[in-house]
Design a protein around this ligand. Structure first.
Ligand SMILES: *[C@@H]1O[C@H](CO)[C@@H](O)[C@H](O)[C@H]1NC(C)=O
Ligand SMILES: [Zn+2]
Length: 308
């Protein structure tokens, strides 16, 4: 779409006159140039060197035995929750009583909200990538540290985000039904809707599949990009049916006029720099149950050759 130059000029002047140049994703800046700050112009800490998201190169991740399983509390409690279109994503309020501990974290953390990132292209919607590959969506559950009073105001581990990559699966994911249905009620920014009672666990892979994850130190992926986030990216993916994934792009809009579908709300990858990614299990390491299955035939073979 090409706008007449005069219209563009007016738009720029108006946004400056309001004294606000609000942050946006590239897709928004491209559809309305000059109207907002695109990712390479974001302020705050966004141009610093320990930013998120990153590409996780799985074979370079360092095994860390301190990365034990998480304890989830309140995650299975069914609650009525408010879901809102905040102009950048769809956000579910989680307070007051979901918490995590363990998982190699030094403290207990309280869940505050969860939200998602997505695209119409099923290989462009996650923020983190694995070995250069993006998935369809990414869900972030944001937690804040239970603060000890004597602590500095902005410790590096003030926030813990649990990240779940979402890929296309063949089956309808019943756990996501209420959230996807809620999208019909929050198509425009600032709209909100109260969902029927559901639990956070409804949205996640089975708990016994959450033992393995990547860990690194990074930032929020939206302004002001504070470098105060301990990231956990789980190896097990959420699976949604294609229509459930596409509902986000189709039903939500960035703007009140419903001119631009909310999609590609994904920050570009940031350099890893001098950071290391850790893993709770070495990449490609055999599962304990796979070992006997491999050893047994080998032993049998050995014994057989000795006896013959
Ligand atoms: C939800 O929207 C109503 C107006 O429609 C507003 O009064 C209320 O504060 C909103 N709630 C949240 C949590 O944003
Ligand atoms: Zn996020």
């Amino acid at each position: 779409m090409r706008l007449p130059l005069a219209v563009l000029a007016v738009a720029v002047v108006t946004s400056r006159a309001n004294g606000e140049s609000h942050w946006c994703y590239d897709i928004q800046a491209n559809s309305n140039p000059g109207s907002c700050q695109r990712p390479d112009q974001w302020g705050g800490e966004c141009q610093k060197s320990h930013q998120s998201p990153i590409d996780i190169v799985t074979h370079k991740a360092r095994l860390d035995h301190n990365l034990k399983p998480f304890s989830f509390s309140g995650y299975d409690k069914k609650e009525k929750r408010t879901v809102k279109n905040n102009g950048h994503t769809v956000m579910v309020s989680l307070e007051p009583d979901a918490r995590i501990s363990g998982g190699g974290l030094a403290a207990q953390y309280r869940a505050t909200q969860l939200h998602l990132h997505w695209s119409e292209s099923l290989n462009k919607g996650s923020e983190h990538s694995l070995n250069g590959q993006r998935l369809a969506m990414e869900m972030h559950i944001v937690h804040e540290k239970d603060t000890a009073k004597e602590e500095a105001p902005n410790p590096k581990d003030k926030i813990a985000v649990l990240a779940f990559l979402v890929k296309e699966g063949n089956e309808f994911n019943e756990g996501f039904r209420l959230l996807v249905e809620a999208l019909d009620h929050i198509s425009k920014p600032e709209m909100n809707f109260t969902m029927e009672a559901s639990s956070i666990m409804d949205l996640l892979p089975k708990e016994n599949k959450l033992r393995h994850y990547f860990r690194y130190q990074g930032s929020l992926t939206t302004p002001t990009c504070d470098e105060t986030v301990v990231w956990t990216v789980f190896k097990e993916h959420i699976q949604l049916r294609r229509d459930q994934i596409l509902a986000f792009s189709q039903k939500l809009y960035y703007d009140q006029e419903k001119k631009l579908h909310m999609t590609d709300n994904v920050r570009p990858l940031q350099p890893l720099g001098d950071r290391l990614v850790s893993t709770s299990r070495a990449a490609g390491q055999l599962l304990p149950t796979a070992l006997p299955a491999l050893l047994l035939p080998t032993l049998t073979c050995l014994v057989a050759s000795v006896l013959s």
